[in-house]
Design a binder for this molecule. Structure first.
Ligand code: PGA
Length: 242
C-alpha cells in the first residue's frame, strides 16, 4: 500500500493535475493499493475526478471525528466520509495527537466509528527522539498499540512513523525499521492475529532516493508519504519503484 498524505497543502488545480498524472503514470497493481489523502475540502472533488478517470486510486481522509460527537462544530463523521465514497482514514497521526491533544480514548472512539462505517483505518504510531534516545521505543509503541486490543485488525493498517523522521529528512535506518516493524507485528499477535494478517507501512521522510531500500526491508508492507507525495511525478515514480 502506498499512501499520499498531503497534509494542509494543495489547491483544487493541484488535485486535478495530481489525479490525472498519477492515474496515467502509475502501473497499478491490485496488491499495491494507492491511497490519496487530500485536505478534507477536496475529498468529493477528488472522488469525482477519480471516477471520471476510471482510476484505481482509493480515497483517504486525513481527519475523522467520533460519531459520538454529534454537536461538534466543524466535525466530520465516518458516515459522511462513507457517503462520499472514502475508503481509508488516517487516525492517530502524531501531528493530530499533538495539535489536537488526541488521547487513546479519542483515538479508540474514532477507530470504532470508522470501522462501523466500513472505512479502513491507517492507524499511526511512532516515538519522538527523547523516547528513542532513552531506548524506550518498544515500551512506548506497546502503549500506543493498546487501543487495538478490542478491535478487529482486519480493517486496520498500522503506519509506523517515528516523529523524529517526519518532515525532517532524517530517515530511519533499514535495521531500525526492520527491528521496529518486526516488534509491532509480533506485539499484535497478542491481539490474536497472525503476523501475516497485520500490515505495517513505514512513514517519515520517504523520498524517491530512499523508497526502494525502505520497501525492500523485511516486515515493511507499504509507505506513507507526506512531502514527497505532493509532486505527481515523484509520487508516481515512488509507486512504480516500490
Ligand atoms: P513526510 O511526512 O513524508 O513529509 O516526512 C510523513 C507523514 O507525516 O505522514
Amino acid at each position: 500500500m502506498i499512501i499520499a498524505n498531503w497534509k494542509m497543502n494543495g489547491t483544487s488545480e493541484n488535485v486535478r493535475t495530481w489525479i490525472e498524472q498519477v492515474s496515467n503514470n502509475i502501473d497499478f497493481k491490485p496488491e499495491k493499493v494507492c491511497v490519496f489523502c487530500p485536505p478534507a475540502c477536496y475529498l468529493e472533488f477528488a472522488r469525482d475526478l477519480i471516477r471520471n478517470h476510471k482510476s484505481q486510486i482509493k480515497l483517504g481522509s486525513q481527519i475523522i471525528n467520533s460519531s459520538h460527537d454529534r454537536a461538534l462544530t466543524g466535525g466530520l463523521s465516518a458516515a459522511m466520509l462513507r457517503d462520499i465514497d472514502t475508503d481509508f482514514v488516517l487516525i492517530g497521526h502524531s501531528e493530530q495527537r499533538s495539535h489536537l491533544r488526541e488521547d487513546s480514548r479519542a483515538i479508540t472512539s474514532k477507530i470504532t466509528s470508522a470501522i462501523e462505517e466500513n472505512l479502513r483505518v491507517v492507524f499511526c504510531i511512532g516515538e519522538d527522539s527523547d523516547v528513542k534516545k532513552k531506548n524506550e521505543t518498544q515500551k512506548f509503541l506497546s502503549e500506543q498499540l493498546e487501543v487495538l486490543k478490542n478491535i478487529s485488525l482486519e480493517s486496520i493498517v498500522i503506519a509506523y512513523e517515528p516523529i523524529w523522521a517526519i518532515g525532517s529528512g532524517q530517515v530511519a535506518t533499514r535495521e531500525y525499521i526492520e527491528e521496529i516493524h518486526k516488534f509491532v507485528k509480533n506485539h499484535c499477535q497478542k491481539f490474536h492475529y497472525s503476523e501475516d494478517d497485520i500490515s505495517v507501512v513505514y512513514g517519515g521522510s520517504v523520498k524517491l532516493e530512499n523508497c526502494e531500500e525502505i520497501i525492500s526491508s523485511n516486515f515493511v508492507d507499504g509507505l506513507l508519504i507526506g512531502g514527497a507525495s505532493l509532486d505527481p511525478g515523484i509520487f508516481s515514480s515512488i509507486y512504480n519503484l516500490s
